[in-house]
Design a protein around this ligand. Structure first.
Ligand SMILES: NC(=O)c1ccc[n+]([C@@H]2O[C@H](COP(=O)([O-])OP(=O)(O)OC[C@H]3O[C@@H](n4cnc5c(N)ncnc54)[C@H](O)[C@@H]3O)[C@@H](O)[C@H]2O)c1
Length: 253
């Protein structure tokens, strides 16, 4: 018996076994959920296929295109019927804008970071709602980082995008409530993933983050995944429009 028995959940953003999305998928599977995966492009499909054997569970979705989102969600509805949740674990900014001063941010780079990392949550929710893909109740969880609140070295344009993402969580939570859809974010502690290697001086960021945890141990994929499973489950029906830290206390200091 798991807390997610009979639930179908879409997980967006697995790139490899270090991905936070993969940690979420693993913990939710342990709790009984059936997980459907979306991947960004053919290159990502190759690496996700090493983790997920059943090709039917893999669907392409580039969140920078409304058409791609609609196609993916239509296919999912056809193949699996309605779903009980979506995990949005996606972000992108140009590598050259994730270093040094925020003054290196270009207009195009700013838009790109906002589009893929913040607007996409709105686009995904809107498409799922318009296609009547979500059950009532359902839960949507996104991933954010403390750089939305503090000026973290090199995080720059992504910190601004995460601030927008967290605001999206609040507005979406307000407007999706009447359809039984809860929207929340997990503010995860720093961990070494593909996305993080794009940040200038990421080894220092990871080192300092580890030192600032309450027990000098970095947060794990299992810990983030466990919170995701909780937010997808009936145990968290009172948690709405919130940002929950899963960072071993780094935000305290
Ligand atoms: N790693 C950390 O320290 C950390 C901390 C807090 C929050 N986060 C957030 O967690 C989420 C997942 O990142 P991660 O660290 O697991 O890295 P990751 O590189 O494993 O995952 C990022 C994913 O985003 C996907 N993606 C990028 N552009 C896309 C697009 N246009 N369409 C569809 N997918 C796209 C990539 O394919 C990849 O699967 C991100 O939102 C990230 O900002 C990460």
């Amino acid at each position: 018996m798991g807390i997610l028995d009979n639930k179908k959940i879409i997980v967006m953003g697995v790139a490899n076994k270090r991905s936070i999305a993969w940690g979420c998928a693993q913990e939710m599977t342990k709790q009984g959920a059936e997980v459907i995966y979306t991947y960004q492009n053919e290159r990502m499909k190759k690496s996700v296929s090493r983790l997920v054997n059943n090709d039917d569970q893999l669907i392409e979705c580039d969140v920078s295109s409304d058409e791609s989102i609609n196609d993916a969600f239509s296919k999912i509805k056809e193949r699996f019927g309605k779903v009980d949740g979506i995990v949005h674990a996606i972000a992108y900014a140009k590598k050259e804008e994730l270093a040094g001063s925020i003054l290196s941010t270009t207009r195009a780079g700013y838009s790109l970071a906002q589009d893929v990392s913040a607007y996409s949550l709105l686009a995904v929710t809107k498409s799922a709602h318009d296609l009547d893909l979500l059950n009532n109740p359902a839960s949507i969880v996104t991933l954010t980082y403390f750089g939305s609140e503090r000026a973290i070295p090199s995080y720059n344009v992504m910190g601004v995008a995460k601030a927008a993402l967290e605001a999206n969580v609040r507005y979406l939570a307000r407007d999706m409530g009447e359809f039984g859809v809860r929207v929340n974010a997990i503010s995860a502690g720093a961990m070494k993933t593909l996305a993080v290697t794009g940040i200038g001086g990421h080894s220092d960021l990871l080192k300092v983050s580890k030192e600032r945890t309450v027990d000098n141990k970095s947060v794990t994929l299992e810990e983030i995944g466990g919170t995701c499973a909780f937010l997808m489950s009936g145990l968290s029906t009172g948690v709405v429009g919130d940002v929950i830290y899963v960072d071993k206390g780094v935000h305290l200091i």
